[in-house]
Design a protein around this ligand. Structure first.
Ligand code: COA
Length: 248
């Protein structure tokens, strides 16, 4: 079974996460497939918008924690960096349809989407500190900008779970709908964006992001260094092992 489905319809590239047995936890192969599809979308004039979604039950439980555990190979397993670079450099609008859990990188990526439709049962969480890690991909810069410092502290330091009403009120998502309407509605938003004058849309997206462009790049680098150091500490490795071997 393919864990990422890519399909093209009405000028939209739809990327679907499909690893239900692991709550759509993202593996290196999944990141790579997503990254390649996004990179290709930039040079494909037929693609006018991208829709990223999980199922109507779960978006993603984040990075597969097994990938963080040191396997002794000494190889750097970070296809997530290529994926998030592709998200940040995407030249087409990115819409997300988010039901259920959006944890870790599943929460981080929402900060880089142009429009997010969430379900009434959405559970968004930045669990990095509890995992012995730090947030990544400029989220330590963007989250306080979007929701203010108090909420950013609550969500990133304490690791509070963000429910639908709070995510909507804070501006982390654009809309909240019943689960069975989320993916259809996100598709409608993507189709509407796909019909806009492409150059005007592209320039406006660029302008909306331009104030943060340079500081974002520097923050991504700073977070990456700290993340890699933290990930390889005995503390973090013990937390990953505990998660993977917990009784169930
Ligand atoms: N990495 C690897 N496996 C994961 C995973 C992840 N991020 N998230 C879930 N899974 C696996 C579980 O180990 C379990 O596998 P099993 O059936 O082989 O035992 C399966 O997916 C179902 O998860 P489970 O925890 O039983 O579901 P739940 O509904 O009780 O809880 C979550 C869902 C998302 C709250 C919980 O799985 C969780 O906290 N996951 C870790 C999230 C996380 O910290 N992600 C950030 C990584 S940076």
């Amino acid at each position: 079974m393919k864990f990422v489905h890519a399909e093209y319809t009405d000028g939209i590239l739809i990327l679907k996460l499909n690893r239900p047995g692991k709550k759509n936890a993202l593996t290196q192969n999944m990141y790579l497939r997503l990254a390649l599809a996004l990179e290709d979308a930039n040079s494909d004039d037929q693609i006018r918008a991208v829709l990223l979604q999980g199922s109507s039950a779960v978006f993603t439980s984040g990075n597969d924690i097994a990938d963080f555990a040191d396997d002794g190979s000494g190889t750097e397993k970070r296809a997530s960096e290529r994926f998030m670079r592709a998200v940040m450099q995407l030249e087409k609008p990115l819409v997300a349809g988010v039901c259920g859990y959006a944890v870790g990188i599943g929460a981080t990526m929402l900060l880089h989407c142009d429009y997010v439709v969430a379900s009434v049962d959405v559970r968004i969480r930045f669990p990095f500190v509890d995992l012995g890690l730090c947030p990544e991909f400029a989220s330590t810069l963007l989250l306080p900008l979007v929701v203010g410092r108090a909420k950013a502290n609550e969500w990133m330091l304490i690791g509070a779970t963000i429910q639908a009403a709070e995510a909507l009120a804070a501006g982390l998502v654009n809309q909240v709908l019943p689960n069975d309407q989320v993916l259809d509605d996100a598709g409608s938003v993507a189709r509407a964006l796909a019909k806009k004058p492409a150059e005007a849309l592209a320039q406006t997206r660029r302008l909306l992001k331009s104030a943060q462009r340079d500081i974002m790049a520097a923050r991504v680098d700073e977070e990456r260094e700290i993340f890699r150091t933290l990930r390889d500490t005995p503390d973090a490795q013990r937390i990953f092992r505990d998660f993977l071997s917990r009784p169930r």
